[in-house]
Unconditional design. Structure first.
Length: 456
């Protein structure tokens, strides 16, 4: 990294950053209070509120959002007439899954092979630390040249929409000229990337009932309709022979125009077993950034251990559908529900229920903020140019903010490059990426202020 005062300051702050991320990772802040104590999420929220207060933020508040969680807000005033930039991250995390699959405890930050391991290190507690590092570096080198708002969401991973609804009810709170979403990631570690599209998401629960109760499979099997077999038929109908998603009425052929994704590299990133084929058609980028993708997240049925010889009366599944940037998520939900109902065999009773939804997002890359970000990345990543990529995941808040503030420029950066293995066991963050992206964000704020004309 080129030597400059901002980069030098952030380098000196990295030991403190590790200590702070260790403290933040220790909170088991999964926003599913049936599984994890509410006090863990509230503790993480208070930690962030205290950190913002210590950095001189005003109006620091724990916002009680409609889904029963808390988001953290703070405002740091800049020079008179300066632009306003909103910095976003979230402090809630995915459950650790099978804790026995972790090499080290998921809620203890552990350094190993040059990376920091722990749930949330990359997604997205590391994003909180990234924002703090960038602001501290600017304060130590002439001051923060813009007004800054920080919002740390408490339920992004659950998709329950608390912050979106809160923002809609308080439209002035998060108003900004530019918004930096710190919940994406470089296409590859060391390759500076801005994410320009996000797939949306819908979650649908489907239940199939065929009998008043389970029956003996020897006495009734062969004629009695099996609800689990019916469910398997329905789920199978969601994919073509090559594995492509096939929801009737939903476009599955859109191409991706931008950074390409080598198939062999994808196999390595996804850790696909030898001899196992990739699914779908088109390029890898088409499949993961521009087209729909259905995933069966869970099935309620008897486990193998302890199973009895019974015809099942009921079966249930939770289905996720990733929605391409060109498709409305509400319309995709209707198509998915109609498909499930149409493909249920044998006259079985079927019920579908939407559990969560988020709209897809597409950024305007021609804005001045993107030029300021390109300049910043060229310094933080010497010899590299800024790249544009898509992301298959969803950040529902993006579209809410774009709708509320149509004049705002929105950029997505972050720490979730492929090696981070977010949402999986052994999630980790590269401290080098944390350092470089903190430099990037600090220089971006300075560049953006220099490019901007007074609006307020």
């Amino acid at each position: 990294m080129s030597s400059n005062p901002v980069a030098e300051t952030i380098a000196s702050l990295m030991p403190r950053a590790k200590e702070e991320l260790t403290e933040l990772v220790a909170f088991k802040s999964v926003a599913d209070f049936d599984q994890f104590p509410r006090s863990e999420s509230e503790g993480a929220a208070r930690w962030i509120a205290d950190a913002l207060t210590s950095e001189g933020f005003q109006d620091v508040a724990l916002l009680d959002t409609p889904d029963g969680t808390q988001s953290v807000y703070g405002y740091l005033p800049g020079p008179e007439g300066a632009k306003t930039v909103l910095l976003y991250a979230h402090y809630d995390v995915q459950p650790p899954l099978d804790e026995t699959g972790w090499t080290t405890p998921p809620f203890e930050l552990t350094e190993r092979d040059g990376r920091w391991y722990g749930r949330g290190t990359a997604d997205c507690k590391g994003g909180v630390i990234m924002h703090l590092l960038a602001l501290r570096a600017l304060k130590a080198n002439g001051g923060v040249p813009v007004h800054v708002k920080v919002i740390a969401e408490g339920s992004e991973e659950q998709g329950t929409g608390g912050l979106e609804r809160y923002a809609e009810e308080h439209p002035d709170l998060l108003a900004a000229d530019t918004i930096v979403i710190g919940d994406a990631g470089n296409f590859r570690a060391g390759l500076p990337t801005v994410t320009t599209t996000l797939r949306g998401m819908t979650l649908v629960r489907v239940q199939i009932d065929t009998l008043e109760g389970n029956l003996h499979s020897g006495q009734f099997g062969g004629a009695a309709p099996d609800a689990l077999a019916a469910l398997i038929r329905v789920l199978d109908s969601l994919r073509a022979q090559d594995g492509s998603t096939t929801v009737e009425g939903l476009d599955g052929e859109s191409p991706w125009e931008g950074l390409s994704y080598d198939e062999e590299q994808f196999r390595k990133d996804a850790k696909v077993l030898d001899g196992v084929e990739l699914i779908g058609s088109g390029s890898v980028a088409d499949r993961i950034w521009a087209r729909p993708a259905v995933t069966v997240l869970g099935i309620d049925c008897p486990p193998v251990v302890g199973a009895t010889p019974s015809v099942q009366a009921s079966a249930r599944a939770l289905i996720s559908l990733r929605v391409p940037p060109s498709v409305d998520a509400a319309e995709a939900t209707k198509l998915l529900q109609a498909h499930l109902e149409t493909h249920t065999p044998w006259g079985a009773r079927v019920r579908t229920e939407q559990i969560g939804q988020g709209q897809p997002f597409r950024a305007d890359t021609s804005s001045p903020a993107y030029a300021a970000m390109a300049e910043a990345m060229a310094v933080a990543y010497p010899g590299q140019e800024m790249n544009y990529s898509g992301q298959g995941g969803s950040i529902p808040l993006c579209n809410t903010l774009a709708s509320l503030y149509p004049g705002a420029e929105i950029l997505l950066i972050g720490l979730s490059e492929p090696e981070a293995q977010i949402h999986a066991v052994n999630e980790s963050v590269s401290p080098q990426e944390l350092e470089r992206l903190s430099v990037t964000e600090a220089l971006f704020l300075r560049n953006y202020a220099a490019r901007s004309t007074t609006r307020r």
